[in-house]
Write a protein that binds this ligand. Structure first.
Ligand code: XIL
Length: 299
């Protein structure tokens, strides 16, 4: 096939990108989006600071724009993200009472998932809960006020709201099998599966340096998949966009049957949160870079 989405679909996978609502009116942007990609993750529009900027007052407008674009162009959606320490309004981080925070977290999950019910293929229920260089959770208002159980609480709540959506744990720096952080997340998923805590997938953000993925990446993906979860590359970008590094990344996914799809974190280099690294598949004018061809070939 001649596009990323169509080629990924040959093996039942998807190829997605992060989308910003305010760029949908840029026709260079939307032309590439609708030609190449069949899965969309809102880059910021489903984050807590946007969707519930003050307690109990919800704003789904920007995300609705993206969902409606996806609906009319045959694209599926990943929901990103329900519980995260970052891009979190200060009214949430200021909560010190556990009962209050638990009901605020559960209400946020319930309201947001209910609003988008039936329109989201997979939710990043909890994002980046583990500390770098450690097997333990990072400090956050959720961890500090609710304790270790907050992740399980979030997943159980999410399942009860939309039983049809896949529920993912998403993180970065969990691509190298021997890293402590990878082992910490692996132990959590193994524990969840053994106790029946609902979890369906693990998202590997895959924000790589110029060398691309660690050599153990495929091992990591297949070890997680063996626990009984899908794995996905959820925010891929690679400094300098070397074709070899991109091809190695795509092959790691293709070689694991439960690796169900790949999402790059933006369309053109100028759209990237790391634009100084030129890490994406299209240049700032929207032309295909050589890494694009490497990816298409590896799919
Ligand atoms: C980034 C967005 O790309 C930026 O526009 C925003 O300013 C900060 O967040 N991990 C994640 C993503 O899970 O949500 C982040 O996205 C990048 C790191």
């Amino acid at each position: 096939a001649s596009t990323l989405g169509a080629q990924a679909a040959v093996t039942g996978r998807y190829f997605g990108t992060a989308v910003a609502a305010n760029k949908l009116s840029d026709t260079t942007y939307s032309t590439i989006l609708d030609r190449e990609f069949n899965m969309i993750t809102p880059e910021n529009e489903m984050k807590w600071q946007t969707t519930e900027p003050s307690r109990g007052s919800f704003n789904f407008g920007p995300a609705d724009q993206i969902v409606s674009h996806a609906n009319s162009h045959g694209q599926r959606m990943r929901g990103h993200t329900l519980v995260w320490h970052s891009q979190l309004p200060s009214w949430v981080s200021a909560i010190t009472d556990a009962n209050t925070l638990r009901s605020v977290m559960d209400n946020h999950i319930t309201q947001e998932m209910t609003h988008f019910k039936g329109k989201i293929y997979a939710w990043d229920v909890v994002n980046e809960a583990f500390a770098d260089g450690s097997t333990q959770h990072r400090s956050s208002v959720f961890q500090n006020v609710l304790g270790n159980g907050f992740i399980e609480e979030a997943f159980r709540t999410a399942r009860s709201v939309d039983p049809a959506a896949k529920l993912c744990y998403n993180d970065y720096n969990i691509e190298n099998w021997s890293d402590a952080k990878t082992q910490g997340v692996y132990s959590m998923v193994r524990d969840f599966k053994s106790r029946g805590v609902p979890i369906d997938c693990v998202g590997f953000q895959s924000h790589f340096g110029s060398g691309g993925p660690p050599s153990s990446f495929q091992t990591t993906l297949s070890n997680f998949a063996a626990l009984g979860v899908d794995v996905q590359l959820t925010e891929l970008d690679i400094a300098q966009a070397s074709g070899t590094a991109y091809a190695n990344t795509v092959r790691a996914c293709m070689n694991v049957s439960r690796c169900t799809g790949i999402t790059v974190w933006g369309i053109r280099d100028s759209d990237s949160w790391r634009s100084g690294d030129s890490p994406l598949l299209f240049d700032s004018s929207g032309n295909k870079k050589s890494a694009y061809n490497s990816v298409l070939q590896a799919l």
